[in-house]
Design a protein around this ligand. Structure first.
Ligand SMILES: *[C@@H]1O[C@H](CO)[C@@H](O)[C@H](O)[C@H]1NC(C)=O
Ligand SMILES: *[C@@H]1O[C@H](CO)[C@@H](O)[C@H](O)[C@H]1NC(C)=O
Ligand SMILES: *[C@@H]1O[C@H](CO)[C@@H](O)[C@H](O)[C@H]1NC(C)=O
Ligand SMILES: *[C@@H]1O[C@H](CO)[C@@H](O)[C@H](O)[C@H]1NC(C)=O
Ligand SMILES: *[C@@H]1O[C@H](CO)[C@@H](O)[C@H](O)[C@H]1NC(C)=O
Ligand SMILES: *[C@@H]1O[C@H](CO)[C@@H](O)[C@H](O)[C@H]1NC(C)=O
Ligand SMILES: *[C@@H]1O[C@H](CO)[C@@H](O)[C@H](O)[C@H]1NC(C)=O
Ligand SMILES: *[C@@H]1O[C@H](CO)[C@@H](O)[C@H](O)[C@H]1NC(C)=O
Length: 363
């Protein structure tokens, strides 16, 4: 069987999955750019007719919030300068919008009356780790999506409910993950930790995560390629760290890895073990903005390779094709080599045979 169409279909599917409309938002379509990791969460205010934005029942709508008639399961309390949670959250609430407030803590009984919560948005508050009670979230058995980007957390919150599917903790000050904190989150598929202060990932830190597909650890302080990552991961983002290399076993066992981003690190050729990137599941590899001096060896099945802004002056066809023949060629479609130390006339003559299905070459 020719694998080309299959890979292409998979990659198109992968990309469309990355930027998709999420319809599970209290009935309101919401744009979440999963590829970049950052959600666009807006309040309904300003987007609809005010008359349809009245409280369902003023008795059961907290004073600080809005309760749209059409979406009684949604409670909008965002951008109101709130220093704490509204008192008496209605039990019907499944979507709770608290982003862009001034909330610094969550008490143990914070959500005691909101046991049906499924989506909780706390982005852009001032949450402090020592003021978020471990018991505040643990009883929320239906909670699937927890947004805590852009807060002041220094550790991953403990007592996370076991049904979580998405956990967004980007842009905090997290410098440690308590071992076992993810122990029972076997359904978690998306974990965002970019923009924090992680220096290492310990052996037990991510233990228990069996389903993670997207793991974003970019913009941290990692100096070594982290070990002990969940083997289920398909999209692994490690850009903007201080990685210097990859050892032979760095990617061993990642049989599902499709998108690997390593741009803006300090990767050099001596640090890249031969065969370190030899992973046949890879679709896209971003090595831009590093200090590579020659093209690294990549699998022939790779479709997209970004090598711009390195110090490359040596283009070795063996990097892309071990041998060249009727069936032996690189499946590469996009290759970026711009911003390096070589020009197109320096390409060896045999590159055309190897990279015969290339759509775009930037040099
Ligand atoms: C939960 O509801 C009860 C009864 O309505 C109320 O007395 C209590 O204050 C509520 N607790 C919270 C944390 O809102
Ligand atoms: C936010 O809360 C802090 C105290 O926790 C207070 O000093 C500050 O004035 C509040 N800021 C706003 C904008 O309400
Ligand atoms: C969580 O549930 C347990 C068992 O139902 C209960 O004892 C405990 O008080 C609950 N905690 C909170 C903070 O509601
Ligand atoms: C949270 O961090 C911001 C920026 O680092 C800071 O201005 C703010 O005072 C912090 N808030 C708290 C409650 O510590
Ligand atoms: C994980 O997902 C499965 C399938 O949707 C569900 O049956 C199970 O209850 C979930 N586990 C937890 C801990 O919520
Ligand atoms: C990554 O780091 C580089 C250099 O430190 C910086 O110029 C770049 O803006 C960063 N990338 C992002 C997306 O912030
Ligand atoms: C790459 O991996 C394949 C099988 O996964 C193996 O046959 C091949 O020898 C490896 N190549 C290198 C250069 O490590
Ligand atoms: C290309 O790489 C192969 C294997 O790494 C090496 O044997 C060969 O000498 C290199 N060729 C050039 C022109 O650098």
């Amino acid at each position: 069987m020719d694998v080309r169409p299959l890979l292409l279909v998979l990659s198109v599917f992968g990309l469309s999955w990355a930027t998709t409309l999420d319809l599970d938002y209290g009935g309101v379509p919401l744009w979440i750019n999963r590829f970049r990791g950052e959600p666009s969460v807006f309040s309904l205010r300003g987007r609809m007719d005010h008359s349809s934005y009245q409280a369902v029942d003023s008795q059961s709508c907290p004073l600080e919030c809005d309760c749209p008639i059409q979406w009684p399961s949604a409670l909008y309390c965002d951008e109101r300068g709130l220093g704490s949670l509204p008192t008496s959250l209605p039990a019907r609430t499944q979507y709770l919008f608290l982003q862009s407030n001034n909330i610094s803590g969550l008490q143990a009984d914070a959500f005691a009356n909101a046991t049906r919560l499924r989506w909780l948005f706390l982005d852009g508050n001032q949450l402090l780790s020592n003021r978020v009670a471990a018991a505040s979230l643990s009883n929320l058995t239906r909670l699937e999506n927890l947004f805590m980007n852009h807060n002041n957390l220094t550790a991953v919150p403990s007592g996370l409910p076991h049904g979580l599917m998405q956990l967004r903790l980007a842009h905090n000050q997290i410098s440690r993950i308590s071992p076992g904190v993810f122990q029972n989150l076997q359904n978690l598929t998306l974990l965002l930790l970019q923009g924090n202060r992680l220096k290492t990932i310990g052996k037990a830190d991510l233990k228990g995560l069996l389903s993670v597909i997207l793991l974003d650890l970019s913009h941290n302080l990692l100096e070594k390629f982290p070990k002990h990552l969940p083997p289920s991961v398909q999209q692994l983002y490690l850009s903007n760290n201080s990685l210097r290399g990859l050892s032979k076993d760095s990617l061993q066992g990642f049989h599902s890895l499709r998108y690997l981003r390593l741009s803006h690190n300090q990767l050099r050729n001596p640090g890249l073990a031969p065969g370190a990137l030899n992973l046949s599941s890879l679709v896209e590899l971003d090595l831009s903005y590093n200090q590579l001096t020659s093209t690294p060896t990549v699998p022939t099945t790779l479709l997209y390779l970004y090598l711009e802004a390195n110090l490359i002056q040596e283009f070795n066809v063996t990097s892309f094709c071990r041998t060249v023949g009727p069936q032996d060629y690189s499946r590469m479609r996009i290759l970026r080599l711009d911003g390096n130390k070589m020009a197109s006339h320096q390409l060896p003559p045999d590159w055309v045979m190897c990279l015969r299905v290339l759509h775009h070459l930037y040099i």
